[in-house]
Design a protein around this ligand. Structure first.
Ligand SMILES: Nc1ncnc2c1ncn2[C@@H]1O[C@H](COP(=O)(O)OP(=O)(O)OP(=O)(O)O)[C@@H](O)[C@H]1O
Length: 263
């Protein structure tokens, strides 16, 4: 199912946070949104998971105007892992994951056998099955993040949007999650800070700066030393991954030393 952001603009308190952002995520494709802090990545995603209504422009999902759909209908099509995903109530992991079925079921209807199997599958995939009976408030940041991804998978969406999903995850779980997204067949729009992970996991990248899309295309076209210098203000050497062929960036720490430790 295709996801289309069509000329989205967002303004808050007289400041334009997003300017005419257009971006297409083809059905089954993985598109990464990258850019410096404050460039508008989360704002764009918030328009997609309906935490924010764009002032102008349209988000279309499978051709339909997302904001015109009943919430329940859009939740059947789209799941989100957001920066606002906090867990305040002491559900067990199994209970929280099962909540992913809410858009599909009426009231307090008990889960079917298939749905219970789906929950177990998602917990296995996210490596949290052994935590199933733990209270979510007792989990580490990375464990909780993986539980929230399991809940999103249980929602059985066609489209998944994720805002910095690798936050808190150790390197093994970062790789596992991004491999899962890539092989899932889901339509994925993901905000990532790590440009090397973005390069490895996305078919295409969109680069935001000051709320504008300044580049878009496959990682090999987008991730150039010039772009990284221009947009992020960082010197990077671009090399080709010897196994995958993806562009990867090598950084060197800057060596400025003012010799002062306090202002
Ligand atoms: N309600 C608001 N009023 C004014 N400015 C806002 C408001 N909400 C967000 N902003 C500003 O909009 C800009 C874009 O924020 P956004 O969270 O989309 O950036 P981001 O690219 O996701 O950043 P980060 O990489 O730091 O997560 C930021 O400068 C932020 O301070």
């Amino acid at each position: 199912m295709e996801l289309t952001l069509d000329r989205l603009s967002v303004t808050a308190n007289g400041t334009t946070l997003l300017r005419e952002l257009s971006l297409d995520v083809p059905g089954g494709g993985v598109v990464g949104l990258v850019g410096p802090n404050g460039s508008g990545k989360s704002t764009a995603l918030r328009c997609v998971y309906r935490a924010l209504r764009p002032h102008t422009g349209t988000v279309r999902i499978g051709g339909d105007d997302l904001h015109a759909l009943p919430l329940r209908d859009s939740a059947r099509r789209l799941a989100a892992l957001t920066q606002e995903n906090t867990v305040d109530l002491d559900f067990t992991v199994r209970e929280l994951v099962a909540l992913g079925r809410t858009p599909h079921n009426a009231g307090n209807q008990a889960l079917s056998r298939r749905e219970r199997d789906l929950c177990e599958w998602a917990m296995e995939r996210m490596d949290v099955a052994r935590l199933a009976d733990r209270g979510v408030l007792t989990l580490s940041g990375g464990e909780r993040q993986r539980v929230l991804v399991a809940r999103a998978l249980v929602q059985e969406p066609s489209v998944l949007v994720l805002d910095e999903p690798t936050n808190h995850l150790d390197v093994r779980h970062q790789i596992q999650l991004l491999s899962l997204l890539r092989g899932s067949g889901l339509t994925v729009l993901v905000v990532l800070h790590d440009l090397n992970l973005a390069s490895a996991s996305c078919d295409r990248l969109g680069v935001l700066r000051d709320g504008r899309l300044v580049a878009a295309g496959p990682p090999t076209e987008v991730l150039t030393a010039e772009l990284v210098r221009d947009v992020f203000g960082v010197e990077a050497t671009v090399v080709t991954h010897p196994v995958t062929g993806d562009p990867q960036l090598l950084y060197a720490l800057t060596t400025h030393d003012s010799g002062r430790t306090t202002p």
